[in-house]
Design a protein around this ligand. Structure first.
Ligand code: SAH
Length: 229
């Protein structure tokens, strides 16, 4: 018989093993590769990725793989998220913009590191869910979320020292370039629907210096107004 005692015991051991699994993930998928930024590693070891997934995917939450969330979107692969945040070359007090909140996982990691994170999500339902989760986990005060097309940036809060775009596009949207501070960095997947190149661009004397990092696969960046559903 499945007693309350057993149920509670399972809950406790599940929680412990999530922490252990996160530690394992940090060691085997991040440190063993090229993630060296201590702030990024600290955040990755702390933020509960499973909380951003439906319960049927919890056993895979700390695998280094993207997973489905609602509305045919995906939560990014842990290594990719860590890499993108590290690629911004974090400094204390930086102003950060994220385009494509999705589940809110990357937003939580950014909020672990930065006091103010601005994020835009075009899908209303995802945005509401992400915000509720971020508030539940204690990141509510640090995150400003706008339900909007983030390809036009986050008007009124620019310039940003770092911009992370979590959806793919053929070129870097003009407004994002405008809203990037001098010496600021944008990390963005550039290319078609099958495969893209992760690009880091740094603003130097008002112009973008681009570096190609590696091949990647993201959902497409939608270019339109917010949904009304
Ligand atoms: N890093 C996120 C992954 C999000 S997937 C996570 O770990 O959960 C990309 C997200 O970008 C999707 O939720 C999609 O709805 C959103 N998106 C696509 N185009 C957008 C746009 N123009 N503005 C804002 N969000 C957009």
């Amino acid at each position: 018989m499945y007693t309350i005692r057993k149920f509670l015991k399972n809950m406790v051991s599940t929680n412990l093993s999530f922490e252990e699994k996160r530690e394992q993930m940090v060691k085997t998928h991040l440190i063993a590769r090229d993630i060296i930024d201590n702030e990024v590693l600290r955040a990755m070891a702390k933020v509960p990725r499973h909380e951003f997934l439906s319960a049927d995917l919890w056993d895979r939450a700390y695998d280094d793989t993207p997973l489905p969330i609602e509305e045919m979107q995906t939560i990014s692969q842990p290594y990719m998220v860590a890499y993108m945040i590290q690629a911004l070359s974090i400094k204390k007090g930086d102003r950060i913009l994220e385009v494509g909140t999705g589940s809110g996982y990357q937003t939580a990691l950014l909020a672990e590191i930065h006091e103010k994170v601005y994020t835009a999500e075009i899908r209303k339902q995802l945005a509401h869910k992400a915000l509720a989760k971020l508030e539940k986990l204690g990141y509510g005060d640090r995150v400003k979320l706008r339900i909007a097309d983030g390809s036009v940036g986050y008007e009124g809060e620019a310039p940003f020292d770092g911009i992370i775009v979590a959806a793919a596009t053929f070129d870097i949207p003009e407004q994002l370039i405008e809203q990037l501070a001098e010496k600021g960095k944008i990390v963005i997947p550039i290319g078609g629907t099958d495969v893209q190149t992760l690009v880091r661009a740094t603003k130097v004397n008002g112009r973008l210096m681009e570096e190609e990092l590696f091949k990647c696969m993201f959902v497409p960046l939608v270019r339109k107004g917010p949904e009304n559903n």
